[in-house]
Design a protein around this ligand. Structure first.
Ligand code: GLC
Length: 736
């Protein structure tokens, strides 16, 4: 063979091999490789310092990637209701960017009140698109801490008092967020049910209450929602801070539930190196801040999982295997998000997000009372409508702590009423004024309360109807992180104002903004009352659509409204039970939280869990099941009809409770085990079919540490609320 041809063949082989080598991407960079292979390949290339650097913050909301290997940083951002504005590198304050004003979605109490998991999926998808567009790796939400006292400053961020409702509503939210290639971060794990002494309080609670009440929503988030991250809470549980709590993080979360994501600390929630290393924490954020205002006193290099961790690794105090587990989880988070194949591109402040915010708000608004059928107020029905109350104009998307938002827009109730009814028919009066709020204090307003009241009374005098918009707001010691309310009373002299308005006009609709129950001394005199939550950017639009009857309200309360604070379970065992003695707190009501307490202690609440009226009425047909006896591993096929017996179409969230008639342990009178929201045209009926796995009727036996369904008689109860049971049916559970 000629010399030239040999050379050209040799050259071809070299070029071909080079091309192959070039084509041989690094495995960790190859999106077509299995994630675990990518993780091991990346890990094998990282130095000890690079691994440790990934396990703690480098700025207020970010942690290091591996620049040398092209592995991106992890960027987290609040919050559960919308994307927090960009802040300076190491500051809490906004950086005044001009492209980060977001869509504000309704608070999660409103989402829970929709009793509609489809709304959760829509919510998660929408907020996930905004997080993706803002190039976030992790969205610091949703929150699912159980509502055990109406005083907790952060209840507005969570999904109410019932573990089953919270479980069903949190799963689709997570799925919706994560379909955008953004990690949800379920918080605050666990037992963060108040803001008083939140950074230190040590919670004691029985295993039964832990398993039956406080963990289910987190368990569902991990096992069904497949959450890619979870946030440890500030408080302690059984003497260990929850950001590094061996029982919660290693044994339950990563052991029993096989959580394969990242445990992120709350900001300032880490207090101990050995525990931070060994008790299941993966990513340390915000050390030595209070999660709200204070600056870090320690630099990022001094974080517990920074130099102290590196030093311990080098001296053999800590095993590299523990470090590698953290890094594997963080790499998995990155390969699921920023380095994933076909990661979507997101959207920001899109019309679809406004539409989603409005739909969720409309489905979550709860009609508490409508005795004289004062509602709906159709356009044209009245000549003069007095809109009274500061919340009719006040922005409620700002404030409240870390969930505070800089929004692209926010429709106020007054704006929407003016659009709906025409400016000529609207007269507005502030009526009351809230004070200036800073963390730790709230100053009274400088406006004269009496003159505000008299001006409002004058407006009410000339009106055919009064739309009062009040309740709480996001000021400190209201619905706000970092503090709890001091009482259930509405602030800023609103009760006095409402009483004054009633002397001149009986046609009053009270619309409440709050994430908590409030006392209502005027409840018998006011003919119509609406629980209007915090509804986000489309707040006014949604509330005006419901008030006018363009939308028929269908929300149901995700928590009980006690008649008085002392009726509430957590308040029934003295300071030890709430807010604790400053060091320890014992949840002495145990499993009897919310309606479980009211039912079992036969205390009637002002408005019950699951309560919510409509502009129409519904009739429930008889219950039928496929059998009358079931083994605990079987599923009851329950069916019944609901008829819309009114004149307008509407939606009803039918609730299914079970009652264990005779058990060897104390059980609540009833527990929510299913719900179904059905749209029904006027005069029509709908067949509702619900599967009830009997295993879900179990209680947690803390002696055997197992779930138990004792054979015997159970009663299936179906109703329009926990206090409005329409049909019942006994069934037997038999030994398998
Ligand atoms: C706050 C909150 C947490 C929030 C984090 C970052 O203290 O407890 O919910 O995501 O710090 O702002």
């Amino acid at each position: 063979m000629k010399k030239n041809s040999i050379i050209s063949i040799a050259l071809f082989c070299v070029v071909f091999c080079l091309s192959q080598v070039k084509a041989q991407k690094e495995i960790y960079l190859d999106v077509n490789q299995p994630i675990d292979k990518r993780i091991e390949n990346a890990l094998s290339k990282m130095t000890l310092e690079e691994k440790v650097a990934m396990c703690h913050a480098q700025s207020k909301f970010s942690s290091k990637g591996v620049p040398r290997l092209g592995i991106p940083e992890v960027w987290t951002d609040d919050g559960p209701h919308g994307l927090r504005e960009e802040v300076f590198w190491d500051e809490w304050s906004g950086a005044k960017w001009t492209n980060d004003s977001c869509t504000a979605f309704p608070a999660l109490t409103c989402l829970a009140a929709s009793f509609n998991p489809q709304m959760s999926l829509l919510y998660g998808k929408s907020i996930g698109e905004e997080a993706r567009y803002r190039n976030k790796t992790v969205l610091l939400g949703p929150g699912v801490n159980i509502y055990r006292t109406p005083l907790n400053g952060r209840n507005f961020e969570y999904m109410g008092e019932d573990p089953y409702l919270s479980s069903r509503m949190v799963v689709p939210y997570i799925q919706g967020v994560q379909q955008n290639g953004v990690a949800a971060c379920v918080k605050h794990f666990a037992l963060n049910n108040q803001e008083v002494n939140r950074m230190t309080i040590n919670v004691e609670v029985s295993d039964r209450a832990l398993r039956e009440i406080y963990l289910p929503a987190f368990k569902a988030a991990v096992e069904e929602g497949k959450a890619w991250s979870i946030m440890g809470s500030y408080n302690q549980f059984r003497g260990e801070h929850c950001c590094h709590n061996d029982l919660l993080l290693n044994k339950i979360l990563k052991g029993e539930w096989a959580f394969d994501g990242v445990v992120i600390s709350d900001w300032g929630g880490v207090h101990n190196s050995d525990q931070a290393v060994n008790n299941g924490l993966d990513l340390e954020m915000g050390t030595s801040t209070n999660g709200l205002t204070s600056k870090a006193t320690s630099t990022y290099a001094e974080y517990y999982l920074a130099n102290p961790f590196l030093k311990g690794l080098k001296t053999g105090k800590y095993s590299e295997q523990v470090l590698n587990d953290k890094v594997r989880r963080i790499l998995k988070l990155i390969f699921r998000t920023t380095m994933s194949a076909d990661r979507p591109f997101g959207k920001f402040v899109s019309p679809e997000h406004s539409d989603a915010a409005r739909q969720i708000a409309e489905q979550g608004i709860v009609l508490l009372k409508n005795n004289k059928q004062l509602l709906p107020v159709q356009a044209g029905k009245y000549k003069k409508i007095a809109v009274i109350g500061e919340n009719a104009t006040r922005s409620l998307t700002i404030g409240g702590g870390s969930s505070s938002l800089k929004v692209a827009y926010e429709v106020s109730p007054l704006q929407a009423f003016t659009t709906k009814y025409g400016a000529d028919h609207i007269v507005y009066s502030k009526g009351y004024a809230s004070g200036k709020s800073e963390y730790g204090k709230e100053a009274a307003s400088k406006l004269n309360a009496d003159s505000l009241i008299s001006a409002a009374v004058e407006a009410a005098k000339i009106a055919d109807i009064v739309l009062f918009v009040g309740g709480l707001n996001k000021n400190h010691f209201q619905d706000c992180e970092g503090g709890d309310r001091k009482s259930m009373d509405m602030p800023f002299g609103q009760d006095k104002l409402i009483a004054a308005l009633l002397t001149v006009n009986k046609n009053i609709v009270v619309i409440l903004n709050s994430g908590n129950a409030v006392a209502m001394p005027w409840v018998n005199e006011v003919p119509s009352i609406i629980q209007g939550w915090y509804l986000g950017s489309e707040a006014g639009t949604a509330i005006a659509n419901v008030i006018s009857g363009d939308v028929n309200p269908s929300g149901k309360l995700p928590f009980s409204f006690p008649k008085k604070l002392e009726d509430n379970a957590a308040q029934s065992f003295g300071k030890e039970s709430y807010p604790g003695d400053g060091v320890n707190e014992n949840y002495k009501e145990d499993i009897l939280v919310g309606y479980r307490w009211f039912d079992t202690k036969k205390i009637s609440p002002l408005f019950a869990f699951g309560h919510g009226l409509s502009y129409t009425t519904f009739e429930y047909g008889k219950l039928t099941t496929d059998k009358i006896s079931y083994a605990s591993n079987e599923t009851v096929k329950l069916s019944f009809t609901i008829k819309n017996t009114g004149k307008v179409k509407g939606a009803e969230a039918a609730q299914v409770y079970i009652s264990d008639v005779k058990s060897t342990v104390l059980r609540p009178l009833k527990e929510l085990k299913a719900f179904s929201k059905v749209q029904i045209e006027a005069g029509e009926s709908k067949q509702v079919e619900i599967n009830l796995p009997v295993k879900d009727w179990a209680f947690f036996n803390d002696k055997t540490q197992s779930w138990v369904v004792e054979p015997g008689k159970f009663i299936i109860m179906v109703g329009s609320s926990s206090a409005d049971i329409r049909q019942t049916l006994p069934v037997n559970v038999i030994n398998e």
